[in-house]
Design a binder for this molecule. Structure first.
Ligand code: KIV
Length: 272
């Protein structure tokens, strides 16, 4: 008889229940093996559309196609077993109408087996969030700096620097929470504003460059590992992985050039 290890994956309601509780730990993940490592420590893994910039060399997240999100989503689900996997809906996949959003979100969930989707936008996306949630799709919202709107915002800028900008962003937070989102990412937001929002809504706020006042935190994994060539100012580097990779590749290239490679014990046996 085979005994299978059963690990229960966290769900969107599990994350929602962490409001005012233990801080939610999360990272982006794009591949199976890094997802497997982060899975031990994270409550949710976000297959963020930042993968377009981090992995595929796009200048923004705007060109990222749905198929790419699905491909990376499948890899992250395969590589993890405990964390909730949230897949970003890319630009153009949900803005047109709630029905279009449902079709694409359902495709993401069926093809990747992820547990939730994320979409960008506040009050103007509330109807869509409600439509998806009522039809069985858990939605994480994303307000503040919304990178898919880079062409209308004009740059990756901190939001809510001026007090007179706060009311609109607070209204966004309230609208997505009331529409049924199970949590909301606050990106690049001044601390007093993130703190006010966190105190005023009933769902967990997940900060990225939005201070420790949030109910949880997310970072782009490559940024916190020290692998990204350029990182936003608020990112603390917890590793120097870029340098470690370069050192290893340099050693490898030296071995090859000096014919010290492969080491004799690592050569394939030849049987005759
Ligand atoms: O795409 C992404 O990585 C994100 C995070 C920055 C929250 O949306």
């Amino acid at each position: 008889m085979s005994v299978q290890k059963q690990v229960r994956r966290l769900t969107a309601p599990d994350i929602a229940s962490r409001k005012n509780g233990e801080p939610v730990v999360s990272l982006t993940a794009y591949h199976a093996h890094t997802a497997g490592i982060a899975d031990k420590y994270c409550d949710f893994l976000l297959v963020g559309d930042s993968l377009g910039m981090v992995m595929h060399g796009f200048e923004s997240t705007v060109p990222v196609p749905l198929e790419l999100m699905i491909m990376h989503g499948k890899a992250v689900v395969r590589g993890s077993e405990r964390a909730l996997v949230v897949v970003d809906m890319p630009f153009g996949a949900y803005e047109e109408s709630p029905a279009v959003a449902f079709r694409n979100a359902a495709r993401i969930m069926k093809e990747t087996d992820c547990g939730a989707v994320k979409l960008e936008g506040g009050a103007h996306m509330a109807e869509t969030i409600s439509y998806l949630v009522q039809r069985g799709i858990p939605v994480m919202a994303h307000i503040g700096l919304t990178p898919q709107s880079i062409n209308t915002i004009g740059g990756f800028k901190t939001q809510g620097r001026q007090r007179d900008q706060w009311a609109a962003i607070e209204a966004d937070a309230k609208a997505v929470a009331e529409a049924g989102a199970f949590s909301v990412v606050l990106e690049a937001m001044a601390e007093p504003l993130a703190s006010r929002i966190t105190r005023s809504i009933a769902i967990p706020t997940i900060g990225i460059g939005a201070s420790a006042a949030c109910d949880g935190q997310i970072l782009v994994m490559e940024d916190m590992l020290g692998l990204s060539p350029r990182v936003p100012k608020f990112v603390k580097e917890f590793g120097k992985v870029g340098r470690a990779i370069e050192r290893a590749i340099k050693l490898y290239s030296q071995d090859v050039r000096t014919r010290a490679f492969p080491a004799p014990e690592n050569t394939y046996d030849v049987k005759d």
